[in-house]
Design a protein around this ligand. Structure first.
Ligand code: SF4
Ligand code: SF4
Length: 109
């Protein structure tokens, strides 16, 4: 029997819960280019030191949503979003994730 695969329902919850959305240097370069900035300008405007002070995370809006969440559930940087975003919940999960994520378990495609 194959591992379960979780199909995202685009509820947007993972773009709203508190915590770090970590970005690597490569991701900063790609997102910066996507929004028309160079990497230093993007870093200054859209990132902060993460909680562990080991790297950068995207900043939040005052209401706690990711700065790149548009409307209810649209990611403004969908094509270049960080691996942390694209990898959840199939490549990484956290304790209690099922209470917050609406992804549906399906047979692995
Ligand atoms: S980068 Fe996009 S997918 Fe990731 S948390 Fe922000 S809005 Fe959501
Ligand atoms: S919380 Fe789960 S279902 Fe909702 S957008 Fe994120 S991955 Fe998709």
């Amino acid at each position: 029997m194959s591992d379960p695969y979780y199909l995202c329902q685009r509820c947007g919850n993972c773009c709203r819960w508190p915590g770090d959305v970590r970005v690597t240097d490569e991701e900063v370069a790609a997102i910066a280019a996507h929004v028309g900035l160079d990497a230093p300008a993007f870093t200054e405007r859209f990132t902060r030191l993460n909680a562990n002070r080991t790297g950068l995370s995207l900043i939040d809006k005052p209401n706690g949503e990711c700065i790149f969440l548009e409307g209810v559930n649209v990611c403004a940087i969908q094509s270049v979003k960080p691996h942390q975003c694209s990898g959840f919940p199939n490549q990484w999960r956290f304790p209690g994730w099922r209470e917050k994520c609406e992804a549906v378990e399906v047979s692995r495609p």
